[in-house]
Design a protein. Structure first.
Length: 429
């Protein structure tokens, strides 16, 4: 009987996810209004919750996970909403480190579908896939009476579906660089203005260290205008004790901890999480030093320069924009690895020239589709572009074929270029 129930819940959850996937992905113009009306039909779950809101270009998911883990260790029932998922949809909605169950996911998606259908019928408003997903997460967190929710913004800040929230305790701005330029701005400064839209009166802002000067100016001006306190780790206070494959031993302001995710960028993300935790303390939350250390230490996320196998070495990373790819290259070089075989897949709208940063890391490159469908750049087209940066490039029709051929090289392997490709790799391996 239990098995039947479980299978039934899984099937209903799959149907709900398929319904989400059938909806329009992005829409300009009225979508914040549609999001507000959708949540109103669901009883405004966002009004029953308190938030740490995280926006930025890179590092949002890792930083959100660090903060959520710290809050859980401190004894608070903590929701975590991140996007996109890598392996399974349920990664997007978690409470205290546990992903939403099939039955709970099926339930909230059914309620959101009913509300979205009613909104469309009554007012002709079409809630997007991301809006419906965000509404489902808010509904679940409210039904589960979360003390705090760490919510990652989708694209930008001002017009993002997550920006419906009002009770923001801490607003976090991770490193801001170029991405989604067609939607939120053509320069880092324009993008920073958009992302500063998550700042709310009464919250505390936390910014990543080493922001571009023009981005830093925008953030400081936005905080001054709203009379919001701004916390920012100083780069000189962040020390990498050592960095080996699979672990960072870092120190920030006396918090010395081993992170399970490699890279100097994760040391910076952890420092931002510490500042966010201290800002929550100022807001009345009780978070001990022990909770901060334990929370940082426990976090491990898929496809964040993830070492999934050591002998022979296999690394999966979801970097897909210039800043993320540069970070991957810097981390691989810091590990002092021999040259690797790269397996790369990218979406059509991404900047292939960013791969130049990896030219010293890969001895051989196989190009593959990042996903099925027209959004993926064909392997032959990507291979032609990659030959500008790598000496030996060969297209392959599938990831499985590329992996088979890469294994024969007896080098380490790094799969990168797209979160969708990273998700394929995670499932396959």
């Amino acid at each position: 009987m239990e098995i039947k129930k479980s299978r039934s819940a899984a099937k209903k959850a799959e149907e709900g996810i398929a319904w989400l996937a059938s909806r329009q992905r992005l829409k300009r113009g009225t979508y914040p209004k549609a999001m507000a009306k959708l949540c109103a039909l669901l009883g405004n779950p966002q009004e029953k919750l308190a938030f740490v809101h995280i926006a930025g270009t890179n590092g949002k998911g890792s930083t959100a996970a660090f903060i959520a883990s710290i809050c859980t260790e401190a004894g608070y029932k903590t929701g975590l909403n991140i996007s996109p998922f890598v392996v399974q949809f349920a990664e997007r909605m978690q409470i205290d480190g546990k992903m939403i169950s099939d039955s709970a996911l099926a339930s909230v998606l059914a309620k959101v579908k009913k509300a979205a259908d009613a909104l469309e019928k009554a007012e002709g408003m079409h809630a997007t896939e991301f809006e419906c997903t965000t509404a489902a997460a808010l509904l679940w967190f409210a039904e589960q009476h979360c003390d705090l929710v760490c919510m990652e913004a989708g694209i930008g800040g001002t017009g993002d579906a997550t920006n419906l929230i009002r009770n923001t305790k801490v607003a976090v701005l991770t490193k801001i660089a170029l991405d989604h330029t067609a939607l939120i701005g053509n320069t880092p400064a324009e993008i920073a203005k958009n992302k500063c839209g998550i700042l709310k009166p009464g919250c505390v802002a936390v910014s990543a260290p080493e922001q571009l000067p023009e981005v830093k100016d925008i953030i400081e001006a936005a905080c001054a205008e709203q009379q919001i306190a701004l916390r920012c780790p100083e780069p000189e206070d962040i020390t990498l004790r050592w960095q080996i494959a699979g672990e960072n031993r870092i120190d920030y302001g006396g918090y010395t901890v081993g992170l399970q995710m490699p890279g100097a960028h994760q040391a910076q993300n952890a420092a931002v999480a510490v500042e966010a935790a201290l800002a929550l303390c100022d807001a009345g939350y009780e978070i001990s030093d022990e909770a901060i250390l334990a929370g940082l230490e426990k976090v491990k996320l898929p496809a964040r320069i993830e070492i999934v196998r050591r002998n022979p070495l296999l690394i999966i990373d979801g970097a897909h924009n210039p800043d993320g790819i540069a970070t991957l290259a810097a981390t691989l070089k810091a590990m002092k690895l021999p040259e690797l075989t790269g397996i790369i897949g990218m979406m059509r709208d991404k900047d292939v020239s960013a791969l130049a940063a990896l030219s010293d890391c890969f001895e051989l490159v196989y190009t593959v589709p990042s996903e099925e469908g027209e959004r993926a750049m064909p392997p032959e087209e990507l291979a032609e572009k990659c030959r500008r940066y790598f000496g030996h490039v060969e297209p392959r029709a599938t990831l499985a074929e590329a992996l088979r051929d890469a294994e024969r090289q007896e080098n380490g392997i790094c799969i990168c270029g797209s979160l969708y490709l990273a998700g394929q790799a995670e499932k396959m391996i």
